[in-house]
Write a protein that binds this ligand. Structure first.
Ligand code: CTP
Ligand code: CA
Length: 228
């Protein structure tokens, strides 16, 4: 099998990709987490390497290996991910937030394992909001001319379809591109294939891609390149 030689259209660029899912500790042995495997983010990192970029991969609890050639920064929590993305993002041409970042974390994780009290009071977990890293970077831009890309895993509900939620989120986040994919019913998390719609900051569709996570990754980099 001969790999196609990609045009080196990201040569000389530094890209930062966050991938995986954060885990917010409740105590030393338990956490609040999510089902993200990190596959799509790792595919984005691999695709950027093929196209000649220098790649920093901020990986949160990845269940797949990082591509050789990427500079891997391993993180656990949303706060650690924020610090790592901001540090690497200072000299990045593109920041892609493919990680599933916790929206809330337990306000004060216990220092020791929380013990069961049979028949006793049921513990209540108090949560506090985390920083929205994507919105923060999109509004602040860590470097002049930096391109910021977000992902949105959506399910349709009574309030709107997958795409309606995606368009509203694109306008809210302020990123240059938002990659929207439907999750649930065997779609998205942990699967090999993806089906995405890429929106601009106004919520307009600029591209659609369906196929392997590598195909989707290249479609995202094509859309970044098309921004000029
Ligand atoms: N994101 C982030 N920091 C957070 C939460 C999310 O940077 N604390 C980023 C994700 O990496 C992703 C984008 O924001 O690129 C969208 O995440 P998503 O969970 O879909 O959006 P939310 O605004 O958190 O909305 P909701 O979970 O209610 O759908
Ligand atoms: Ca969220």
């Amino acid at each position: 099998l001969v790999q196609p030689v990609r045009e080196q259209d990201l040569a000389g660029r530094h890209v930062v990709v966050s991938a995986g899912g954060t885990r917010e500790p409740l105590d030393p042995v338990r956490y609040l987490g999510n089902r993200s495997s990190g596959r799509q983010g790792v595919a984005l990192a691999a695709a950027a390497l093929e196209r000649g970029a220098r790649v920093t991969l901020v990986g949160a609890n990845l269940s797949v290996a990082a591509p050789p050639g990427a500079d891997l920064v391993a993180v656990g929590t949303a706060a650690e991910l924020r610090d790592a993305v901001r540090a690497a993002g200072k000299d990045a041409d593109v920041v892609v937030m493919a990680a599933a970042v916790a929206d809330y974390r337990p306000v004060s994780p216990a220092d020791a394992k929380i013990k069961k009290q049979p028949g006793g009071p049921v513990p209540t977990i108090t949560l506090v909001e985390t920083v929205d890293v994507l919105a923060e970077i999109a509004h602040e831009r860590l470097r002049a001319g930096q391109v910021v890309v977000g992902f949105a895993a959506e399910t349709g509900d009574d309030e709107g379809s997958v795409l309606e939620h995606g368009r509203a989120k694109a306008r809210r986040k302020g990123a240059d591109l938002l990659v929207v994919n439907a999750v649930g019913d065997g779609l998205g998390f942990g699967t090999a294939d993806n089906d995405v719609t890429i929106l601009d900051a106004s919520g307009r569709t600029v591209a659609a891609a369906r196929g392997s996570k590598a195909d989707v990754a290249h479609a995202v980099w094509d859309a970044v390149r098309a921004l000029g």
